[in-house]
Ligand binder design. Structure first.
Ligand code: SF4
Length: 930
């Protein structure tokens, strides 16, 4: 849409349009990418401006003291906009404030926050600041109305240009979907078609991506097939050592390569394990070249035996490093190609059949239209079908994706694969894995392969599990479930949508007697669905009461673990009663959905529109209902002994209640699927031992039968790492004094080092409390604080910290591991509290119950392992230097403190007053740098 347009932005005293006031209006009129007029008006509010708003916008109470009230300011805006369409980023917010004052209600409004995710499906963020950066516009001062209005105008124009270059059939399909679903973006799509000379949306048009081969490329049929040797041929230990030894060809391709004895020991021990079919746990300290240490014997085994070796990791970062860096380097060691493939779970791939079928009928809701439009734009940019390349926002988009993903249920299998001309992305990924020597997967997929009825990994007998210290948690997460009211209602709405679509389809394609009969069948279902929605609301209301009765308050939100006391409470009995009623309805509904599917099959000879997609959708919906029914039945009536159950209240929305499950023990599962089944599994990590013993991890993972090997880091920690323990810190229980000293320590340290500091917290609440105090103080010295409390992703925060000249990074759980910032960008690591798990964490609490001496046998070793992980973030290369500050006095004062100290490598340790920290750190880094 072009012509005269107005972009606007409002600054307000808060987020509630019913009570908060507008304090600034900014608007720009623009034509094309040229701004022709501007308006900036400060407004005097009827309520005080909160200090957080002043901090964010720079608008202080004195700035608006003499400004016009809203009644005088708004007419200036309405005169400025006239009848032009207006655009805002998150127009719902600005619109709600304007609607309250009945301003600009008749103008067409465009939301760039709605448009951007469709036209930029691969962008990682859609905030105004991110979009301006992405589209090359420098925002002068974010959170001031005029600047944000200018930025919005620019972003809109870039989005409009992007829309215009899309293939016309795609714009037509988006317009047709918008028209049928009353999607508010219809005028934009119509305007874009107009630019292409299309003045009306035809009812019939040639669709882009109508055939599977239009969507995805055919498979690479050239790649060789593996022919597994009939018997295992042992690999030569000597060859492994030569490949990584003094004259390794790696020296030609890897600058700075040198023989590392620890790496040689690791690689040859893995060769022994593969040859002699035993399991091995390898703790490989930082700097020994762990990945090459296992890739070389794994590749040699796979090539020699034409076998597949699976490499399982926990993080995408490591998968990328293996595929893009380490495995290409391996090629220099072998005469034959080392073929590697990445395989993800089915839900990560788009199913072309489901997408094609869904597009045969027009979407019933604007949400569905939005998602299909986004997928179509994405397919013009990427032909992988891999979910990691599209940004799915929120549970609605994720739910819609699940309808188009290659999930097992209703997958057409071999017949469909050939009907889809073998372009199905999941099938292609599986084929690549079948022919690969090294198959890279993650821990979650490893587990779902083991627990699924049909294994989707190629058969394998040797596996390397890297990032092995995270295996228990990764499996716990993979096998955990969560159900909330919205999720259950979404299943009910989906069933209603499908029944409604079937009713319409039968009306136009089936004999009248069937259509009529189905209409009355549908009527009963709609009535049942109404009752079910009411029962669902009541069930979650009952759960809130259970929570109120039994809640253990953690640092931020209440949790009720369903132990025997909670299960025998009166609140729980009420919830069970409600569930009993809802279960009856769910059983009937799932049965009726199956009946509807059977009717569709019976009527297959009739020309019923969208019959195939309806059939698949109805079957899938019935399966979803039955799966929710099974989860809820276990939750309320038939708990499994190896499962933990709990109810949570939302961290930010107290009305939000969710029901959770997680496995109690994963060791037995690993025993069944890995230790008892595979010839050789090697589990490795930089931290597996607690105080020189593998016993804890072996016990947690059921890996008592595995051999062990410890390979020490080649780094000289005594020269590179100073562990500073403030001698005058109070214990964390002395809350106020402790907190003041934490804040003071971080501020003084970061100021002395010009940032370059990462702080690892054990809770969000503590992080937020600290961030609020230190952020403005450090800003005075030009030091930026990156912290998780602003909702930014881990990747964004790390990137900001790495690239800023002076920065401090505050992180919680996920930052204790896998952060790799070599060099001086990270010179100090602060650990405010020892990383004990919160006692009210339901998984931790349930697992603790299992031990008589849970502190010494479970909580302490678990915390020591985390502590070692955190410590490992500091020294990443031979030349790194830095300081670790442990601010938890318990490391000095408690007997168990020794376990943490003994877990550290041999570094320099200093215990001195906190006041000396900054000076000591500067001197240490200067001294060791010389
Ligand atoms: S084989 Fe399965 S995943 Fe692939 S296109 Fe067919 S239904 Fe979809």
């Amino acid at each position: 849409m072009r012509g005269e347009l107005v972009a606007l932005d409002l600054e307000t005293t808060g987020l509630d349009p019913a009570h908060d006031d507008i304090i600034e209006i900014g608007a720009v009129r623009f034509e094309g990418n040229r701004i022709v007029d501007e308006l900036a008006v400060l407004v005097k509010p009827t309520r005080p401006i909160p200090s957080i708003v002043t901090q964010l916008t720079g608008i202080a109470p004195e700035d608006v003291a003499n400004a016009p009230p809203i009644a005088e300011a708004l007419p200036q805006l309405t005169a400025f906009v006239g009848s032009a369409p207006w655009i805002a980023h998150n127009a719902a917010f600005d619109g709600a404030f304007l609607d309250r004052h009945r301003a600009l209600t008749g103008n067409f409004r465009i939301d760039t926050f709605d448009l951007a995710p469709i036209l930029l499906p691969q962008s990682t963020r859609y905030s105004l600041t991110s979009l301006t950066q992405l589209t090359g516009f420098e925002i002068e001062s974010a959170h001031r109305a005029l600047y944000d209005a200018r930025a919005t105008a620019h972003v809109y124009w870039k989005l409009w240009e992007k829309l215009l270059v899309l293939p016309v059939p795609i714009i037509m399909e988006m317009a047709a979907m918008a028209r049928s679903s009353r999607w508010s973006l219809l005028p934009i799509f119509e305007a874009a078609l107009n630019e292409h000379g299309v003045t009306a949306i035809p009812t019939q048009f040639e669709r882009a991506f109508a055939a599977p081969t239009d969507i995805f490329d055919p498979p690479d049929l050239k790649s060789d097939q593996r022919q597994r040797q009939s018997s295992d041929q042992p690999i030569s230990r000597e060859t492994v050592r030569q490949l990584l030894g003094d004259n390794s060809p790696l020296a030609q391709v890897l600058p700075g390569f040198e023989k590392r004895n620890g790496q040689l020991d690791m690689a040859s021990s893995i060769a022994d394990a593969f040859n002699n079919a035993f399991h091995l746990l390898v703790e490989a300290g930082t700097g020994i070249g762990k990945s090459m240490g296992y890739l070389v014997p794994a590749a040699l085994w796979a090539i020699q035996n034409q076998d597949c070796v699976v490499i399982s990791t926990n993080t995408i970062n490591l998968q990328e490093q293996l595929l893009n860096h380490d495995i290409p380097l391996l090629q220099s060691l072998f005469d034959t190609p080392v073929r590697a493939a990445l395989l993800k779970g089915r839900s990560n791939y788009l199913c072309p059949r489901r997408l094609i079928e869904a597009r045969r009928s027009l979407p019933s809701s604007s949400d569905e239209a939005r998602m299909i439009a986004k997928l179509l734009v994405w397919l013009t940019e990427s032909r992988s079908g891999d979910r990691s390349e599209i940004n799915l926002r929120g549970s609605d988009e994720q739910f819609t994706w699940s309808r188009f993903s290659a999930e097992d249920s209703e997958c057409g299998g071999h017949l469909c694969i050939s009907a889809m001309q073998r372009v199905c992305p999941f099938h292609k990924a599986q084929q690549n894995a079948k022919n690969a020597h090294l198959v890279i997967i993650n821990h979650a997929l490893l587990m779902s392969n083991a627990t699924s009825e049909t294994a989707f990994l190629p058969s394998f007998s040797r596996i390397v599990i890297d990032e092995g210290h995270q295996l228990e948690e990764a499996i716990t997460n993979a096998l955990s479930t969560k159900l909330d009211q919205q999720g259950l209602e979404r299943n009910l709405n989906e069933a209603a949508r499908l029944i409604q679509s079937m009713e319409n389809s039968l009306k136009s394609g089936a004999p009248a007697k069937y259509a009529d009969r189905f209409a009355s069948f549908a009527k009963d279902i709609y009535a049942a669905l109404r009752d079910m929605r009411a029962l669902t609301a009541r069930l979650f209301g009952n759960c809130r009461h259970v929570l109120e009765e039994a809640a253990q308050h953690g640092d931020s939100y209440p949790i009720a673990r369903l132990d025997s006391a909670v299960r025998s409470s009166s609140g729980f009995a009420q919830a069970q009663n409600t569930w009993g009623h809802l279960r009856e309805f769910l059983d009937i509904l799932a049965y009726k959905m199956k009946e509807a599917a059977a009717l569709l099959r019976r009527l297959s000879a009739h020309p019923i529109p969208d019959s195939d997609s309806l059939l698949n959708g109805i079957n899938r919906s019935a399966d979803d209902l039955l799966s929710a029914r099974q989860q809820l039945e276990a939750f309320f009536n038939a708990p499994d002994a190896n499962t933990i159950y709990w109810i949570n209240q939302g961290q930010y929305e107290s009305d939000y209640i969710s029901l959770h499950t997680a496995p109690l023990h994963v060791g037995s599962l690993l025993e069944r699927s890995i230790w008892d089944q595979k010839a050789s599994a090697v589990l490795t990590s930089a931290t597996l031992q607690v105080n020189g013993s593998f016993e804890f991890i072996q016990q947690r993972l059921g890996a008592e039968i595995a051999g062990t090997l410890s390979v020490e880091s080649p780094f000289n920690y005594r020269d590179s790492a100073l562990v500073f323990i403030p001698s005058d810190m109070p214990e964390p229980v002395e809350r106020d004094r402790y907190q003041q000293m934490v804040e003071r320590g971080i501020i003084e340290l970061a100021a002395a080092l010009d940032g370059r500091t990462m702080v690892l917290f054990t809770s969000y609440a503590h992080l937020r409390q600290t961030a609020q105090v230190i952020t403005p103080r450090l800003a005075l010295g030009g030091i930026i604080v990156y912290d998780q409390s602003d909702g930014s992703s881990r990747q964004v925060l790390l990137e900001g910290f790495r690239t800023s000249e002076k920065a401090v990074l505050l992180g919680t759980k996920s930052f204790w591991e896998g952060v790799d910032i070599p060099g001086s960008a990270l010179s100090a690591l602060v650990i405010p509290r020892l990383p004990f798990q919160p006692p009210n964490d339901p998984i931790f609490a349930a697992r603790s119950d299992y031990y008589a001496d849970s502190f010494n046998i479970f909580a302490l070793p678990d915390a020591v392992l985390r502590f070692r992980q955190g410590f490992g973030r500091l020294i990443r290369t031979q030349t790194d230097r830095g300081v670790v500050v442990v601010m938890d006095a318990r490391i000095r004062t408690k007997r168990y403190g020794a376990a943490f100290m003994e877990a550290l490598p041999d570094c320099t340790i200093q215990t001195s007053p906190l006041a000396t920290l900054a000076d000591t750190a500067v001197k240490w880094i200067k001294r060791t740098a010389n």
